[in-house]
Design a protein around this ligand. Structure first.
Ligand SMILES: Nc1ncnc2c1ncn2[C@@H]1O[C@H](COP(=O)(O)OP(=O)(O)OP(=O)(O)O)[C@@H](O)[C@H]1O
Ligand SMILES: [Mg+2]
Length: 471
C-alpha cells in the first residue's frame, strides 16, 4: 500500500530481473560450460534458447531492460504527491465504483506513462483489487479517428463476438452497448479505465464524439469508468468543445521535471546498480563499488553535469548510459569512465560537421570560399558568382589544383543547397537568375575547421586556405 512505502523513493523490484536472476542461479548450479552449450545448440540436440549465458551478458540484459523504457525504473524520483493522488483516484474507481476523469500533463519523457504504469502495477499486485479493473489503452497516434478507436475498445474489452454483425445507430449507442455487455447478472458493472495517451490528438477527431461520450458516461452514474488523458500540452482544455469541456471534471495532475543535480546523479547510480537479489554476490559487490566510484569520478561527473545543464530529460541520461553498458565484455567486465566520454561524444556529434565529411573536395572549397566571403562582408549574404570568383582566385593561385568549369561548380553549389548547408535569403517566389540569388551560409566557421581536421585525405592547400585570413 502506498502509505507504508517510504515517501521519497518507491522501490520496485522488477519481475524481469527476478526471472533473470533465477535463470543465472539455475545455470550456476548446472555449471555447464558455455562452449558445450553452443555445441549442443549447433548440433540441434537442444532447442536454441535466447538466454544470456555469461555473467556480463546477464548484467547487460538486466540494465539494458531498465534503460529501454519498457519496464519501470528501479526507483521513481519525485512525484510522491502526484502518485498518491493518482493512486487514490484509481482506487476509488475500483473499490467504490466512482466515475472519474483526470488529465495527466507533463513534458515529453517526464514520466507520465511511468507513473501510470507504476500505479497500475501496485493496484494489480494488491490481492483485494486484482482483476477488478478492466483497462482500455488508446493512443492518439494510433487511433486516428473515433471509428478506429471504437473498434479497438471492442477488441480490448474482448467483445467482438458479442457485437457480432449488429448495426448500431449512433456512436453513443455502440459504446453504451459495449459497457452494458460487461454488466453481470445482477446489473453490477466492473469498473473500466480508459487511458487516452496523446489525449490532445483525440480533440481533433470529428465532433470530439469519443471524448464527449466518455466524459458523458463518467458524469452519469451508469457505469463506473475512469477516463485518464495523458498529454504534453498545457493548454489542452482549450482544445475541447464547450459541451465536452463541461462534462470534464477539470481534475489535472501536472508532472514537472524539477530534478536537482544530486538527484540526477542518484538516478544514474540507481539505473546501474545491481540489486541484492543478484546471485553472484561477489560480482555484484565489485560492480556496485565501481558504479559508486564512477559516480564520484571527475570525468563522469563533468559529463553528467554537462548533460544535466543541457537537458534534464531522463531519456537522454538513459541514452548516455546505454553505450558503456553495451561495451562491457568478459575481458573488460566493468564500466569505464572513458566509455562515458565516448558516449557523450557520440550523442553530441554535430550533424552538420559530420555531413561535411561526405562532400567532395570541390564542394569543400566552395564552403571555404563562402566562409571567407561571410568573414569579409561581416555576415552579409553572397551569391554564386561571388563564390565562384573566390574559388577561381584560389584555384589559379595554386597551380596543383584542378580548376573545374563553371557549370560543374554550379552543380556542386546546388548540391550544397540541397544538403541545406546554404540557404537562399528569398522565399523562392522571385525570378532571379540562380547565379545571382542571395544566399547565407548555415555552418559556423568553427564547424568547418573542425570538419577539415577529420576530412579524409584533405589536400594541404585547402586546409591552409581555410585557416588563412586571406580570401
Ligand atoms: N522521476 C523519474 N524517476 C525515474 N525514472 C524516470 C522518471 N521520470 C521519467 N523516468 C524515466 O524516463 C523514461 C521516459 O518516461 P515516460 O515514458 O514515462 O515519459 P512520458 O512522460 O510518458 O513521455 P511521452 O510524452 O513521450 O510519452 C522512462 O524510462 C522512465 O522510466
Ligand atoms: Mg508516455
Amino acid at each position: 500500500m502506498i502509505g507504508v512505502v517510504p515517501s521519497t523513493i518507491v522501490m520496485l523490484v522488477l519481475d524481469e530481473e527476478l526471472r533473470l536472476t533465477e535463470e543465472i542461479e539455475k545455470r550456476m548450479k548446472r555449471k555447464k560450460p558455455k562452449r558445450a552449450a553452443t555445441a549442443e545448440t549447433s548440433s540441434g540436440t537442444e532447442v536454441c534458447e535466447n538466454v544470456p549465458t555469461t555473467i556480463t551478458d546477464i548484467v547487460q540484459d538486466i540494465i539494458r531492460k531498465r534503460l529501454s523504457q519498457t519496464s519501470l525504473p528501479p526507483e521513481i524520483t519525485g512525484f510522491e504527491q502526484e502518485r498518491i493522488q493518482l493512486y487514490e483516484l484509481l482506487k476509488r474507481t475500483v473499490t467504490v465504483g466512482e466515475s472519474n476523469s483526470v488529465l495527466l500533463i507533463g513534458p515529453r519523457g517526464g514520466g507520465k506513462s511511468m507513473l501510470l504504469n507504476s500505479v497500475l502495477n501496485e493496484l494489480g499486485s494488491d490481492e483485494n483489487f486484482d482483476n477488478d479493473l478492466l483497462q482500455v489503452h488508446l493512443n492518439g497516434l494510433l487511433q486516428t479517428d473515433d471509428r478506429i478507436a471504437l473498434k479497438e475498445i471492442t477488441r480490448q474489452l474482448k467483445l467482438e463476438n458479442t457485437v457480432g454483425d449488429r448495426v448500431f445507430g449512433s456512436f453513443s449507442e455502440t459504446l453504451q452497448f459495449l459497457l452494458d455487455a460487461l454488466k453481470s447478472g445482477d446489473q453490477s458493472s466492473k469498473p473500466v479505465l480508459f487511458v487516452l495517451d496523446e489525449f490532445d490528438l483525440f480533440a481533433h477527431h470529428r465532433n470530439q464524439t469519443l471524448l464527449y461520450n466518455l466524459f458523458d458516461i463518467s458524469q452519469s452514474a451508469q457505469t463506473p469508468i475512469c477516463v485518464l488523458g495523458i498529454t504534453c500540452r498545457l493548454d489542452v482544455i482549450e482544445l475541447l468543445e464547450k459541451r465536452v469541456k463541461s462534462r470534464f471534471s477539470h481534475r489535472q495532475i501536472h508532472l514537472f521535471n524539477n530534478l536537482t543535480f544530486d538527484r540526477y546523479c542518484d538516478l544514474f547510480c540507481s539505473y546501474l546498480t545491481l540489486s541484492n537479489e543478484f546471485p553472484d554476490k561477489k560480482f555484484a559487490k565489485d560492480w556496485n563499488k565501481n558504479v559508486a566510484a564512477l559516480s564520484k569520478d571527475k570525468t563522469v561527473v563533468d559529463i553528467l553535469q554537462r548533460q544535466f545543464n543541457f537537458n534534464k530529460d531522463i531519456r537522454m541520461l538513459q541514452q548516455l548510459m546505454l553505450s558503456p553498458v553495451i561495451r562491457i565484455s568478459e575481458t573488460s567486465p566493468q564500466l569505464l569512465a572513458s566509455h562515458f566520454v565516448d558516449s557523450m561524444k557520440l550523442m553530441t556529434t554535430d550533424s552538420k560537421s559530420a555531413m561535411l565529411h561526405g562532400v567532395s573536395v570541390l564542394e569543400l572549397c566552395l564552403i571555404i570560399a563562402m566562409k571567407h566571403l561571410t568573414d569579409i562582408y561581416d555576415g552579409e549574404p553572397f551569391n554564386f558568382e561571388m563564390v565562384y570568383n573566390e574559388y577561381q582566385k584560389f584555384a589559379h593561385r595554386r597551380s596543383s589544383m584542378q580548376v573545374f568549369e563553371k557549370s560543374v561548380v554550379l552543380k556542386a553549389f546546388e548540391h550544397l543547397l540541397a544538403l541545406e548547408l546554404v540557404k537562399p535569403m528569398d522565399s523562392g517566389g522571385t525570378r532571379i537568375q540562380k547565379e545571382y540569388r542571395l544566399m547565407s551560409l548555415l555552418i559556423h566557421p568553427s564547424q568547418i575547421l573542425d570538419a577539415l581536421q577529420k576530412y579524409p585525405n584533405c589536400p594541404t592547400e585547402v586546409k591552409q586556405w581555410a585557416n588563412s585570413a586571406l580570401a
